[in-house]
Design a protein around this ligand. Structure first.
Ligand code: HEC
Ligand code: HEC
Ligand code: HEC
Ligand code: HEC
Ligand code: HEC
Ligand code: HEC
Ligand code: HEC
Length: 252
């Protein structure tokens, strides 16, 4: 008896969560364009076939607004209602282009706005970098990487930061896990967008072995007395954190 109830509950939760994943009804009001109506994204396909095809199945494609649950909002969440633009494609102002206007994204991603206001951040609010430089908004996954390969993220970064690409004679293996293991990319309270400004950044992967109260190793190298000088990457120590051409201990 007890077992069958648990089973019933499991099916119920699975049912509820899968519906929620299928369509998410938003509380924010949809964008508006005077005189235009929302249309199903199928209507955009004759002229923007590739974008519609790659967009289908993405998180954003599943969003809808109250009263529009069935059709979904599709492209409208970022471009506004498209009925007038469909009729007069070359007329200006009949469709919204959110490039360089992060406010469209902030309507739903308010927390990201806060990140871009931190002391150290990518200059998105100044219009020097836009969300779409790193995010593929018409792709199945808007993130900058696929979930199986973090090195995809790095490719996005190399467009503007070629120095970190190398190739380096002495590579730092950490780079294979992606730039985001050390950087908080939108914004950070730490200089250089770092996750942590001190040695803790490195000690997450390089374990410290305490021999006694005064002596300790990192890896199998004696670091006693070295750490008080600053972080691992300051004071002429491991300054070439992204890779070095001169030294296998990552120095310039
Ligand atoms: C009949 C063909 C046609 C249909 C249907 C159509 N578009 Fe377009 N769209 C165009 C053309 C042509 C342009 C390029 C206009 C230009 O170069 O100024 C364009 C441009 C755009 C732009 C860029 C506008 C800009 O100012 O940079 C967006 C965004 C867009 N379309 C979205 C959509 C969406 C969303 C839909 C579906 C609701 C849609 N389009 C349906 C033909 C169409
Ligand atoms: C999550 C937001 C978002 C959604 C949803 C979205 N787009 Fe866009 N779209 C953008 C942004 C940002 C740009 C400008 C940067 C770029 O070109 O990627 C853009 C640009 C465009 C352009 C103009 C490209 C150019 O050459 O200037 C077209 C056309 C377009 N989108 C069509 C579509 C269609 C069709 C859909 C639905 C299938 C759609 N978009 C859904 C954010 C979005
Ligand atoms: C109408 C609301 C809305 C708008 C506008 C919107 N998003 Fe989203 N976005 C969402 C929701 C909801 C999710 C699902 C995850 C969540 O709950 O945060 C999401 C997920 C994402 C993700 C996570 C990756 C993924 O594919 O799931 C990224 C990246 C993203 N949005 C970027 C953007 C950018 C950049 C813009 C502006 C061009 C934008 N979004 C506009 C609602 C929106
Ligand atoms: C310099 C590149 C870059 C820019 C510019 C950028 N992002 Fe991101 N974004 C990333 C990376 C990398 C991640 C994944 C790592 C992370 O979560 O910090 C991410 C993750 C996200 C996520 C998913 C976070 C989650 O909780 O899963 C959202 C939503 C998002 N970005 C929205 C935006 C919006 C909105 C903008 C523009 C206002 C923007 N991003 C601009 C690189 C960027
Ligand atoms: C479209 C270009 C562009 C892309 C793509 C980009 N960045 Fe940036 N990045 C910039 C600009 C511009 C600055 C600000 C430089 C400044 O303020 O001098 C910056 C600053 C930084 C800084 C701080 C540098 C400093 O000296 O303070 C770091 C770290 C950084 N980016 C990492 C990344 C990572 C990681 C990615 C990939 C997820 C990425 N960037 C993608 C353009 C870009
Ligand atoms: C192992 C941690 C780590 C990884 C992984 C990492 N960075 Fe960094 N990055 C740092 C540290 C630490 C600094 C600050 C160095 C300093 O202050 O001297 C930095 C600084 C930067 C700067 C500022 C310029 C400079 O060299 O001081 C940029 C740009 C940057 N990183 C981009 C990237 C990109 C792009 C990636 C991915 C390809 C990446 N980083 C991966 C730790 C890392
Ligand atoms: C994501 C995990 C990760 C992070 C974070 C990380 N590393 Fe590494 N690092 C590695 C791996 C893996 C190796 C190669 C294996 C080894 O030698 O331990 C390596 C190798 C090194 C080496 C070469 C060691 C040798 O004996 O040849 C140095 C030096 C180094 N890292 C310094 C740093 C510094 C400084 C930081 C912080 C800015 C840092 N690492 C952050 C994973 C990481």
């Amino acid at each position: 008896m007890k077992k069958s109830w648990l089973f019933f509950l499991l099916i119920l939760t699975l049912g509820i969560t899968s519906c929620a994943i299928y369509r998410k009804t938003l509380v924010v009001a949809p964008l508006e364009i005077p005189g235009a109506k929302h249309v199903n994204m199928r209507f955009c396909a004759p002229c923007h076939k590739e974008r519609v095809e790659s967009f289908e199945g993405s998180t954003h494609a599943r969003l809808s607004a109250k009263g529009m649950e069935k059709a979904g909002l599709g492209c409208s969440i970022c471009h506004g209602p498209g009925s007038l633009h469909m009729e007069k494609a070359y007329e200006p102002d009949l469709i919204i282009n959110p490039d360089k206007n992060p406010e469209i994204c902030f309507r739903c991603h308010l927390d990201k706005k806060a990140e871009f206001r931190l002391q150290y951040r990518h200059p998105v609010l100044k219009g020097l970098v836009s969300c779409s430089d790193c995010h593929d908004l018409h792709g199945r996954d808007a993130r900058a990487w696929t979930l199986t390969s973090f090195s995809d993220t790095n490719q996005v970064c190399f467009k503007c930061h070629p120095e970190q690409r190398g190739p380096f004679v002495f590579e730092h293996e950490a780079m294979r896990e992606g730039c985001t293991v050390c950087h908080k990319v939108h914004g950070s309270v730490n200089d250089k967008l770092l996750i942590a400004r001190d040695s803790n950044l490195c000690l997450r992967c390089h374990f410290q072995t305490q021999l006694n109260s005064a002596r300790f190793l990192i890896g199998d190298s004696n670091h006693t007395g070295r750490m008080p000088e600053g972080s691992c990457f300051s004071g002429g120590c491991h300054t070439a954190v992204h890779g070095s051409n001169f030294d296998d201990h990552l120095r310039y």
